[in-house]
Ligand binder design. Structure first.
Ligand SMILES: [Zn+2]
Length: 260
């Protein structure tokens, strides 16, 4: 693997984690669905508005109160992802950080001897999003050139270039954290039968397809004979892409209410 490839993969994993973090916070406060329908990305668009609240509340899970989390496995996964990124930031800071005290670009490790809980937590108190952005900056070797002061003097850069072994460590850790998050949200690459909900047009079996890099889709097992008003995929199955999924969710809900 080339240096540029390792940087690219690390940055991609870190950005996926940031993109999905609000969903994980929502998942903690939502009872786990028995049958994973409707797909999480759709549930997300149906609940527009909630996310902004959660994203604004950036306090790390480890410092929050969770009096009654509704989904313990999501909470466990969230804490594990935080721990991975916070510890990674500690490791990178110890190796390459040369910031002066008070420089907001600096990562502060936890300080058990600090006089109050805010300072004890160090930069962890800013939450996962900030930790992820900070790690990305080190992976991209930001702020590693000497800086010109106003008086013309040149000062040492706040960070050193990340050594290769730490780049690989960052890549490995970010990918482990990303994998844990995507599996918990069931957004990793997988196909899941949609149980108890036959195709509203032909009664065929529906299958949900998810992938971390794109929207979900649903296919019907019947093939060309299914009369659903959606295109066929490369394997000859009716497929509901992103734009058609809301209609499918609606048709299934209508079928269910008739059955009930
Ligand atoms: Zn069908």
């Amino acid at each position: 693997m080339s240096y540029a490839q390792a940087v690219g993969e690390t940055v991609r994993a870190l950005r996926t984690i940031r993109r999905q973090w609000a969903d994980l916070l929502l998942a903690i406060e939502t009872p786990p669905a028995a049958d994973h329908w409707p797909p999480r990305q759709l549930a997300h668009t149906m609940r527009e508005g909630d996310d902004e609240l959660l994203v604004e509340d950036r306090a790390p899970l480890v410092l929050r109160e969770h009096p009654a989390p509704l989904n313990l496995s999501a909470l466990d996964a969230g804490r594990a992802v935080e721990r991975l990124l916070f510890d990674l930031a500690d490791t990178l800071a110890a190796a390459v950080q040369r910031t002066e005290q008070g420089d907001p670009r600096g990562w502060l490790s936890r300080d058990p001897n600090a006089p109050d809980s805010r300072r004890t937590a160090g930069s962890r108190r800013h939450g996962l999003h900030w930790a992820s952005v900070w790690v990305e900056g080190r992976v991209l070797d930001e702020d590693t050139a000497p800086e010109h002061e106003l008086d013309g003097a040149i000062s040492a850069p706040p960070f050193e270039v990340l050594p290769l072994h730490l780049l690989h460590e960052a890549r490995r850790t970010a990918q482990i954290a990303e994998g844990r998050l995507l599996r918990t949200l069931r957004l990793d690459q997988r196909t899941t039968p949609v149980p108890d909900r036959p195709c509203p047009w032909c009664g065929g079996k529906l299958t949900l397809h998810t992938t971390p890099d794109g929207p979900p889709s649903v296919t019907c097992s019947t093939g060309n004979d299914c009369t659903a008003p959606v295109p066929l995929d490369s394997r000859g199955r009716r497929v509901w892409g992103w734009a058609d999924l809301v209609a499918l969710v609606g048709a299934l809900a209508a079928a269910e209410s008739i059955a009930a």
